[in-house]
Unconditional design. Structure first.
Lengths: 60, 157
């Protein structure tokens, strides 16, 4: 799905990327129609809990 | 500390102080609370000091409902001893968080898990690199539900 409804992939420029660091592994995909972004999705996998959020890992 | 106790904390088996609760129907066999997951803008201040769900700083956009999505809770908390003096109690949602068919044009970078049954009390905040979504899907994959990776962990060492 795009901002313009269902579109033929062949009409669109597909761009993909990843973020891979100690905190997360993320993939994203974008579809562009000329200079217009018509679709963007992202998939985030957390690798570890943020250190500031002590509630997630309480050591007694 | 006894590992079983930590697991029992996660299911509300002990009460050291008074608290005002929404009824869980039965005093001896209370129902499980409902938890939700809401997304927050990168400009919002969400951290360990967060005490309750708020619409302030929450994402807005087509396809997204204020309050977020309901967390799938199909696996009860687990408490596991690693030695005679240490152990971990842990819990992880049993399904990924999936926000489908949304447009979120302002960058967001955190998700708040909160208890929507008990006055929207905050449980945890999890941050990630800033994202936007355009007529798409945002998926947050849950970690492995074990002593070292579970989303919520209480541990003795």
């Amino acid at each position: 799905m795009t901002t313009k409804g269902e579109m033929d992939d062949a009409l669109l420029d597909k761009r993909e990327g990843t973020i891979d660091n100690e905190d997360e592994y993320t993939t994203w995909v974008e579809y562009w129609l000329m200079d217009e972004l018509v679709h963007r999705s992202a998939h985030v996998t957390l690798k570890k809990m943020p250190t500031f959020a002590g509630a997630e890992m309480a050591i007694f | 500390m006894c590992t079983s106790f930590m697991g029992e904390l996660l299911v509300g088996a002990h009460q050291f102080g008074s608290v005002t609760l929404v009824s869980r129907t039965s005093l001896t066999a209370p129902t499980t609370d409902t938890f939700k997951a809401a997304l927050y803008l990168a400009s919002a201040t969400m951290n360990a000091g967060t005490t309750v769900y708020t619409t302030t700083g929450e994402v807005t956009g087509a396809g997204y409902t204020a309050g977020g999505i309901t967390v799938t809770n199909g696996t009860a908390p687990t408490a596991t001893n690693s030695s005679s003096t240490a152990g971990t109690a842990y819990w992880t949602p049993s399904a990924n968080f999936v926000y489908s068919g949304v447009t979120l044009t302002t960058a967001f970078d955190s998700v708040l898990i909160y208890n929507s049954t008990q006055g929207n009390k905050a449980v945890s905040v999890h941050t990630f690199g800033s994202q936007t979504i355009t007529s798409g899907t945002f998926t947050l994959t849950m970690p492995t539900n074990n002593t070292t990776s579970a989303l919520l962990r209480l541990a003795t060492t």
